[in-house]
Design a protein around this ligand. Structure first.
Ligand code: NAP
Length: 191
């Protein structure tokens, strides 16, 4: 389950649970992207903080764990490196399914070493209600609509900046962490 997770929210957790159920997965590994990951010139919340929020959010579910592979690897995050590393850790016979947002998956053919990426895993794009993705025609890529993904990290950051509540959109422990660390108070970006 790859993503920036800035912050992780209940939509991500429901999506992970739904995909695990549909595909009979033994485990879902949340992999927050590396600290140096940048988008539109904006540096994301520190990788360590995004990692900690993912740990807090997944602590109660024995199916879920969080990996440091991307935040510990220097340089930009490329999924090809993530998957090679996970294959080393889990062994070559483990089949991997890479879950992420459907809009991210839509750009998969532009990803670094995408031919190799497609050899290393199957892909499931999680889509929000109202968003659909044309059939890629590639049997290694599928899409699942998850209504709970109506929750979005962008909306949560905006709410915190506007001093509005984020209760029940994120796990309670994540809401307390955001308060204690003073995250997103000055959010002006809309990435
Ligand atoms: P992002 O900016 O965090 O998210 C893009 C969209 O997908 C947002 O709408 C986001 O919603 C949603 N999303 C992200 N992660 C999700 C998840 N696990 N489950 C459901 N929805 C999710 O993420 P990104 O930068 O596009 O990257 C997503 C993943 O693809 C990362 O693991 C990244 O490393 C990988 N990727 C790799 C390459 C490459 O190898 N060159 C290029 C692009 C992306 P929220 O904001 O609510 O999360």
């Amino acid at each position: 389950m790859g993503g920036t997770f800035d912050p992780i929210h209940h939509g991500h957790l429901v999506a992970a649970s739904e995909v695990a159920d549909a595909y009979g997965l033994s485990e879902v590994v949340f992999v927050p992207t590396g600290s140096s990951w940048q988008k539109a010139g904006q540096v994301r919340t520190d990788g360590e903080q995004r990692y900690l929020m993912a740990v807090i959010a997944t602590a109660n579910d024995p199916r879920f764990r969080v990996s440091r592979v991307d935040i510990d690897r220097p340089g930009d995050t490329y999924t090809v490196d993530t998957l090679e590393e996970l294959h080393k850790q889990y062994g070559p016979d483990t089949s991997l399914i890479f879950i992420t947002g459907a809009d991210a998956i839509a750009g998969l053919h532009t990803w670094h070493r995408h031919d190799r990426v497609l050899e290393l895993a199957q892909f499931v794009g999680v889509s929000r209600p109202g968003f659909s993705l044309a059939d890629s025609g590639d049997e290694r890529i599928s899409v699942m609509q998850v209504p709970a993904m109506a929750i979005s990290s962008t909306d949560i950051r905006r709410r915190v900046a506007q001093r509005r509540t984020i209760e029940y959109l994120v796990p309670a422990g994540v809401a307390r962490f955001i308060e204690k660390q003073g995250l997103y108070l000055d959010t002006v970006d809309e990435r």
